[in-house]
Design a protein around this ligand. Structure first.
Ligand SMILES: Cc1cc2nc3c(=O)[nH]c(=O)nc-3n(C[C@H](O)[C@H](O)[C@H](O)COP(=O)(O)OP(=O)(O)OC[C@H]3O[C@@H](n4cnc5c(N)ncnc54)[C@H](O)[C@@H]3O)c2cc1C
Length: 390
């Protein structure tokens, strides 16, 4: 049943919106929650355009803990998210992540590795010889070795999103197909949202989960956040030479990354300084041919002959302050919460963000303290340091 007044309204129904709705309704089934998503096909949502990778290899402890938690969630996700006897299939493949390390970054990489293992993650240092033994196709000699996380991997992002959505709905969350055109406020704080087609909804608590569109929506409540939409491209390659066993997500020090994909294909991407800012979704084969292919062929000489089968572009919601999430209540507006600025590693953070926001909002003990990502740091211009962003 739909209402006009809710306890909580969530603007944006991507991974953040749906995981948060699920965690809230699971914690308190009496809550009246509305999720407003303008495009339930998710054609432009970052969630469905991502590489769907999860890795414990970060340099900020909280980012490591978040991903470690997600890996646990994914392992039992298919059983946990059954609705009417139907279980989602998310194809979680732990084929590993391999970060190649350049000499100048060795100390930082070993420091991060130490922290990751201290937290209980399985991550190993591999010499170049070990890299060659595991992946003979690779030519790691320009580097000093790499870090390999065997538990890292990827999954079907669309299936995970749909599972959160379906489960939330089955537990009583209302989903609206509409656009939040503005966030309504009074002197006391948030009062609701104005929709494009279906009038307005009232609530004293609104969560901005609008992904790359978050800053525009925040502005309607008079809030400025340093989050911009940046186009990132992914290329699907059919190499003449076929690898024998799956290749992990392999990340070169330049940021070029690739992994194997079903059907003997390769997925490849790289964040570039000149990637356009704005809401553009066109992809450009020349970008791969001119800029990425030579680097790929140097590292994997057997990939010197290939076809670009297709590609796509999606948006990173880049937090220009520090490339990390902005989570929690905006200190200057009562009832206005945000889960924004994930800067290319948000999909794997969805489950932990949902749990954290629900505990924060419902004033429950925190299972994981993510207050380091507080919006207050935006006002203080205080940045977090995370060196392992791609
Ligand atoms: C090419 C690429 C590769 C990536 N690879 C990875 C990866 O390997 N691992 C990883 O963890 N992350 C990755 N990411 C990042 C990840 O996809 C995002 O951080 C994450 O999906 C963000 O989720 P979200 O829910 O905030 O945003 P979205 O998924 O974009 O969802 C936001 C939703 O809000 C809706 N919306 C916006 N404005 C409004 C409004 N005013 N009213 C109603 N609805 C609105 C949109 O339609 C959209 O569906 C990648 C991203 C890209 C583009």
């Amino acid at each position: 049943m739909t209402h006009k007044t809710y306890d909580i309204i969530i603007a944006g129904g991507g991974i953040m919106g749906c995981a948060t709705a699920y965690c809230l309704i699971s914690a308190d089934p009496t809550l009246k929650i509305a999720v407003v998503e303008r495009d339930p096909t998710y054609a432009q949502a970052s969630t469905t355009l991502s590489m769907a990778n999860v890795r414990t290899q970060f340099s900020l402890k909280e980012n490591v803990e978040i991903s470690r938690y997600t890996i646990g969630i994914l392992k039992s996700f298919e059983e946990d998210m059954v609705v009417n006897g139907e279980s989602p299939r998310i194809y979680f493949r732990q084929e590993g992540n391999l970060f190649l390390v350049a000499a100048e970054a060795e100390e930082a990489a070993r420091r991060a590795l130490h922290m990751q293992t201290q937290l209980g993650c399985r991550v190993e240092w591999w010499s170049n010889q070990q890299i060659k033994e595991h992946y003979p196709l690779y030519e790691p000699q320009p580097f000093v070795g790499g870090t390999f996380g065997p538990d890292d991997g990827y999954f079907d992002a669309y299936a995970v999103l749909m599972a959160y959505r379906t489960k939330s709905r089955s537990l009583g969350v209302n989903f609206f197909k509409d656009e939040v055109v503005s966030i309504k406020t009074s002197k006391k704080g948030v009062t609701g949202v104005q929709l494009a087609d279906q009038g307005s909804l009232a609530a004293a608590l609104v969560i901005n989960c609008a992904g790359a569109w978050a800053a525009d929506l925040a502005k309607t409540a008079g809030i400025d956040i340093p989050v911009i939409p940046v186009k990132r491209q992914v290329f699907v390659l059919d190499t003449a030479f076929k690898y024998e066993k799956p290749l992990p997500l392999t990340i070169l020090p330049s940021g070029l990354y690739f992994r194997s994909e079903t059907g003997g294909l390769i997925l490849l991407g790289k964040s570039m300084e000149d990637d356009p800012i704005g809401f553009s979704f066109s992809w450009d084969e020349q970008r791969f041919i001119n800029e990425f292919w030579p680097e790929l062929a140097q590292f994997v000489p057997k990939f010197d002959t290939l076809k670009v089968v297709r590609g796509w572009a999606g948006l990173y919601a880049v937090n220009t302050l520090d490339g990390n999430a902005i989570l929690g209540q905006w200190p200057q507006l009562n009832g206005y919460y945000m889960a924004n600025g994930f800067s290319g590693h948000g999909l794997q953070q969805g489950p932990a963000v949902g749990r954290y926001l629900s505990e924060l909002i419902l004033e429950k003990p925190l299972s994981m303290d993510l207050s380091i990502f507080t919006p207050q740091r935006i006002l203080d211009n205080r940045s977090l340091s995370e060196s392992e962003l791609v």
